[in-house]
Design a protein around this ligand. Structure first.
Ligand code: NAP
Length: 287
């Protein structure tokens, strides 16, 4: 059986694609209710991360942040100590590279193999098996899980040793955060001068300056409703990880750090659980 831990917006959909494609899953999530649909589809419930390890030689994790991953892996009831030697742990959570390397070392001490394999793509790509896996670790280990990744994703991009998967993921999410904030500010600027909101949005989206993902945020901004595909608090977490990693890498990131604090203010103002495109609402003078 394949183990899957973390059944939030992303993990639940990734696990569902594994089941649909014939894999037997043993699953765990802090809140059991999120597992109901998967259990109805035939997955087996484990009462703890440790119990997942008793039943599987490959475990995928898709959890909120480094602290949660660490606690789930090596805390009380953590799965790592229960995995049999030679097993493989694939962490798909968005974490920081130095943390991925630390987990790789923890795993190695128990003779467990480790891949950092965060994903690009949000709720809908997760649902449609269209994610892009950014993978760090041993190439042979990747080959072992490639068939599983292929049913959850449309592409697998090998980046190098452990930590390079998460390195690339932070690069991607830095652009995501900055682009969303820049677009939001531009639309608000247009409106403040009296331009029609829809005209500003469409002009930007039909021109060369807008990133393709912004098309998927158009309706949210037009309706000013931000049902979460990617919760703002998680992108703010990613910017914290970018900032920490920039310090570790001895590089100055002035724009990233300003953007981080803008999302921090939005979080402080109650937008944590909304989609990160709610940064438009936060920056709007009408709020
Ligand atoms: P989510 O819906 O908020 O799910 C978070 C998961 O972490 C849930 O399983 C949650 O359990 C668990 N968790 C949170 N705090 C915990 C704690 N203190 N103890 C134990 N478990 C805890 O988030 P998601 O969107 O699926 O994101 C999961 C990961 O993928 C994150 O690292 C995120 O940055 C990354 N990611 C997200 C997207 C996206 O568009 N949503 C895209 C790419 C990557 P409960 O269900 O009990 O809360």
């Amino acid at each position: 059986m394949i183990g899957f831990i973390g059944l939030g917006i992303m993990g639940s959909r990734m696990a569902e694609n594994l089941i649909k494609n014939g894999y037997d899953l043993v699953i765990y999530n802090r809140s059991k209710s999120k597992a109901d649909k998967l259990l109805a589809s035939g997955a087996k419930w484990a009462e703890s991360p440790k119990e997942v390890a008793k039943n599987s030689k490959i475990i995928f994790t898709m959890l909120a942040n480094p602290e949660v991953v660490e606690n789930t892996a090596i805390g009380t009831d953590g799965f790592l100590s229960e995995m049999s030697e030679g097993s493989l742990w694939v962490d798909c959570s968005t974490v920081n590279p130095s943390f991925s390397r630390k987990m790789a070392e923890e795993a190695q001490q128990s003779n467990i193999r480790f891949l950092d394999a965060p994903v690009a793509g949000s709720k809908i790509p997760a649902e449609n098996g269209q994610l892009v896996f950014l993978v760090g670790g041993n190439k042979e280990d990747l080959e072992e899980v490639r068939p599983m990744m292929e049913v959850m994703g449309k592409a697998i991009a090998y980046q190098g040793e452990n930590g390079y998967g998460t390195s690339m993921k932070l690069v991607v999410n830095l652009m995501l955060a900055q682009t969303m904030a820049a677009f939001s500010e531009a639309v608000n600027f247009g409106e403040s001068m009296g331009l029609d909101k829809a005209t500003v949005v469409n002009t930007l989206l039909n021109g060369p300056t807008a990133a393709p993902f912004l098309n998927g945020k158009k309706e949210k901004i037009m309706q000013n409703e931000y049902d979460a595909e990617f919760p703002l608090e998680l992108l703010q977490k990613d910017l914290q990880l970018v900032s920490k990693t920039a310090y570790e890498s001895n590089v100055a990131m002035p724009i990233a750090n300003l953007t981080k604090e803008i999302y921090g203010l939005a979080k402080q103002n109650g937008l944590s659980k909304e989609d990160f495109s709610a940064i438009y609402k936060f920056l709007s003078p009408k709020n």
